[in-house]
Design a protein around this ligand. Structure first.
Ligand code: NAP
Length: 304
């Protein structure tokens, strides 16, 4: 079998266009969606990522407010920034770019974000609500994007065996919760593998849908993929490549060429899951803004 490619770039562009339309409708109601982005310090990868998010926001009609405190900001000062964004009615979503410098307490910062503005979906309130099946809980962007990619292939997930490799709080763990939900695009039987899993190949070969989020190039070889599986590669790894202009190229966790011979569907890296993450973040932000009454609506409610 030769796999069909899942074009994350195209699907993400479609979602961003849907978001832009929703933002336009909101603006007509007097609500301009706003995202507050906090980037501590000058980590180059985070800077690139935040720039991409800001640009995507502007294209979708979302106001992005960037706050860039210095690396040595103290915990109380960072919490005060989060408090200010929590209180700002023009801000519907808050994103604190992780990882934070080592002297800062990521958990306390994450938990300080108002859950109703937690568009990254990392707050324990949202994670708990999501795992309890609350459809209104914000879901972390990357696993939500993976589900969207699977949905748009039309492959049936209900009753399918989904194998997820990786159990991080940002990808594997929420991914498993999402695929267990009683909803279209989920309702699956889920197995989660991790670094202590014995005989990884024996587990991955069971997956009718195989989602890999490890961070090791080529950890999943072709013979670890079930014939006809749908394969989603979340991994993004830099490998040296002297022939590339930058001296490296990006590859996933799955050996793409080998897996393509056995899978029915597969995501490329880059151009698969990556573009979906920002698209889903924008979607969460617009969803949050849609829950906010406009000033006129607030006034009408107060006078009526
Ligand atoms: P992470 O926090 O490092 O977690 C990696 C997971 O892989 C852990 O659960 C770990 O198991 C498991 N693992 C490690 N070695 C393994 C092995 N030999 N066999 C089986 N499982 C193994 O990473 P992450 O944040 O989830 O990210 C994973 C990958 O996705 C990275 O390449 C990252 O760059 C990429 N990513 C991409 C996006 C995107 O937008 N496309 C977003 C987020 C992440 P233990 O729990 O036992 O340690």
């Amino acid at each position: 079998m030769t796999a069909q490619m899942i074009d994350g770039k195209r699907i993400a562009a479609d979602i961003r266009a849907e978001v832009a339309e929703r933002a336009r409708i909101l603006s007509a109601r007097g609500v301009r969606p706003g995202l507050g982005v906090v980037l501590v310090g000058d980590d180059p990868a985070s800077q690139v990522y935040v720039r991409m998010k800001t640009r995507a926001c502007e294209e979708a009609g979302i106001h992005a407010r960037d706050i860039k405190p210095p690396t040595d900001i103290g915990q109380p000062e960072l919490l005060a920034i989060v408090d200010e964004l929590n209180a700002d009615p023009a801000i519907h979503g808050i994103l604190v770019q992780l990882p934070l410098p080592g002297h800062l307490d990521e958990r306390e910062v994450t938990e300080r974000i108002d859950p109703s503005k937690d568009v990254d979906g990392f707050h324990p309130v949202n994670q708990g609500r999501m795992s309890q099946g609350d459809p209104d809980a914000f879901r972390p962007a990357t696993p939500a994007g993976v589900q969207e990619l699977i949905r748009r292939t039309g492959v049936e997930t209900s009753g399918a065996h989904v194998v997820i490799v990786g159990r991080s709080n940002i990808v594997g763990m929420p991914m498993s919760q999402i695929m267990l939900q009683k909803e279209p695009g989920a309702n699956a039987t889920v197995t989660v593998a991790h670094s202590r899993t014995a005989d990884l190949g024996a587990v991955t070969r069971q997956g009718e849908i195989l989602i890999v989020a490890v961070g090791r190039p080529g950890i999943v070889r072709g013979d670890m993929v079930r014939e006809g599986a749908l394969v989603i590669d979340v991994g993004v790894n830099r490998v040296d490549d002297p022939s590339a202009a930058r001296g490296y190229r990006l590859v996933g966790d799955v050996d793409f060429d080998e897996a393509s011979e056995r899978a029915s569907w597969i995501t490329p890296v880059p151009g698969g899951v990556g573009p979906m993450t920002i698209a889903m973040l924008l979607r969460n932000t617009v969803m949050s803004a849609e829950r906010t009454p406009s000033a006129a609506e607030v006034g009408a409610a107060a006078s009526g």
